[in-house]
Ligand binder design. Structure first.
Ligand code: FAD
Ligand code: SF4
Length: 450
């Protein structure tokens, strides 16, 4: 198969085109501007959707973008990555008669205008003399910073990567979320005077103790970490990738044709697996298979992601688990030995437990194996802060986001799991906002455990 670098670049351009002016006006005019609109309740950040759509209809695009970004500091990214059919659009009353309003597309239309016109949407509040350190500049950390700066706090974000934005900048594939969108949101936060120190890893370059001593409050918004080891033979072979590192490469380094004509096996069936698989297709892989030890019903990827992967030609092998990865003498992957699975009784998380069927082993040819079986936790850092956690999921008090150390707050993926909400950009954004308000209450009114 012949594929030029130009083709590769095209493959990584955003898949959905934005609405044209005419399409946006027509769509905005379909909105019924419901009183007590169900879409607003279904949006985790509570954007006033009818208001922003009305502003599009009346040509007030700056006002529209402001309404969106006020409720959601990463509203331009969310316009592209929210599972809208499960959230705002799923709640639209027009689902009962025709089709729902394209809320995500309209949100993108307004925020794209703000990006193109470099609109200044917010201003920092009058300084109140108090300082907050935020660890991690992903959606949760940025949202907390934006709100704290608007209130008047002096905010410093410490970010381990060379650029801010978290998974929006490095983890969600470019053809769904280009980096420039996330970096524009970062810039909106910087403009409020927030000091974002990139390339600084807390726990290595700065200690937790230093932050606790130097700031009035600390926010832990470090998300999750690497993909865990599969724990099978052959993981060290040439051609085995961590899905998150792999996607990051496609977002930060020049694209190469090393996947052209290759057979790729992706292990796992969450959104990361789908992103790893669709990236491989767009890099020119000849065949891409997703192996999942359970069935489609237990798969954690969003429906729209699953459909997207199928359209890209990704094959799914349900009830299949890898047993070992096999390589040739030069250490390159050649096959994956798999075993068929069956589902037993539900385990602790309510999902039926997969069990291998003895003697059902078989081989799949593969040049590349991408591991996408979830993410590990930042255990060392959590321990350094000395806060309570459950297997690396930081424990917080309800909607106050306060940890067992009253001075330390946590939000976003670092508190996800064990019943702690959903790992989505929009939830991280909302938790970041609520954390900012909780810190404000803590430092101004109560100054005690909330
Ligand atoms: C491949 C993939 C696809 C996804 N697709 C979607 C999607 O389509 N829609 C959706 O809503 N959600 C999606 N998600 C989930 C979403 O990206 C996360 O829920 C969201 O980014 C969580 O935000 P966060 O700020 O908590 O963490 P992150 O975005 O992970 O940001 C945490 C930041 O903390 C930094 N950090 C970590 N440790 C340190 C340290 N010691 N010192 C300083 N900084 C540190 C990290 O470098 C990072 O920048 C996807 C996730 C993945 C992995
Ligand atoms: S942030 Fe997400 S859920 Fe909320 S209105 Fe926008 S697209 Fe819908």
């Amino acid at each position: 198969m012949n594929i030029s670098l130009l083709d590769l670049k095209k493959n990584f351009q955003e898949v959905t085109a934005g609405l044209t002016d005419r399409e946006a006006i027509e769509e905005a005019n379909r909105c019924l501007y419901c009183y007590d609109a169900p879409c607003v309740k279904a949006c985790p950040t509570g954007i006033d959707i009818p208001a922003f759509i009305k502003k599009i209809a009346s040509g007030n695009l700056k006002g529209s973008a402001k309404t969106i970004m006020l409720s959601n500091p990463v509203g331009a990214s969310c316009a592209r990555v929210c599972p809208t059919e499960e959230l705002c659009e799923g709640a639209c009353v027009l689902n009962h008669s025709t089709k729902p309003i394209k809320i995500g597309h309209l949100q993108r239309y307004a925020t794209d205008w703000a990006m193109r016109n470099d609109a200044v949407l917010f201003q920092a509040g009058k300084k109140n003399g108090k300082t907050v350190a935020i660890v991690g500049a992903g959606p949760a950390g940025l949202s907390a910073a934006r709100e704290l700066a608007r209130i008047g706090y002096d905010v410093t974000i410490f970010e381990a990567q060379q650029e801010a934005g978290g998974l929006n900048t490095f983890g969600i594939v470019s053809f769904r979320l280009p980096r420039h969108v996330s970096l524009w949101e970062v810039n909106q936060v910087k403009r409020l005077g927030v000091d974002i120190r990139t390339g600084v890893k807390v726990g290595k370059d700065v200690t937790a103790q230093e932050l606790l001593e130097q700031y009035d409050a600390v926010v832990l918004a470090v998300g999750m970490s690497k993909v865990p080891m599969l724990g099978i033979e052959g993981e060290e072979l040439d051609g085995v990738y961590d899905a998150i590192e792999f996607i990051k490469e496609t977002k930060t380094k020049p694209l190469t044709n090393r996947f052209v004509g290759k057979k790729v096996v992706v292990i796992g069936a969450g959104n990361t697996a789908i992103d790893g698989a669709t990236c491989s297709v767009r890099l020119g892989a000849e065949n891409v298979k997703i192996l999942y030890r359970r069935t489609k019903e237990e798969m954690t990827a969003y429906d729209f992601e699953y459909e997207f992967a199928k359209q890209d030609g990704v094959e799914f092998r349900w009830l299949t688990a890898p047993k070992r990865i096999i390589g040739d003498e030069s250490g390159k992957v050649t096959h994956v030995e798999c075993v068929r699975m069956q589902l037993g009784a539900p385990d602790q998380d309510g999902r039926r437990r997969p069990m291998p069927i003895e003697g059902s082993e078989f081989f799949i040819r593969a040049d590349v194996v991408i591991k996408a079986i979830g993410q590990t936790r930042h255990l060392d850092l959590i321990k350094e802060f000395g806060i309570e956690h459950d297997g690396g999921v930081v424990k917080v008090i309800g909607a106050h986001y306060q940890t067992s150390n009253p001075k330390v707050f946590a939000c976003g993926d670092v508190i996800f799991g064990k019943g702690g909400g959903e790992a989505m950009v929009v939830t991280a954004a909302q938790q970041g906002k609520e954390t900012a308000y909780a810190i404000h209450r803590y430092l101004t009114t109560l100054n005690e455990t909330l």
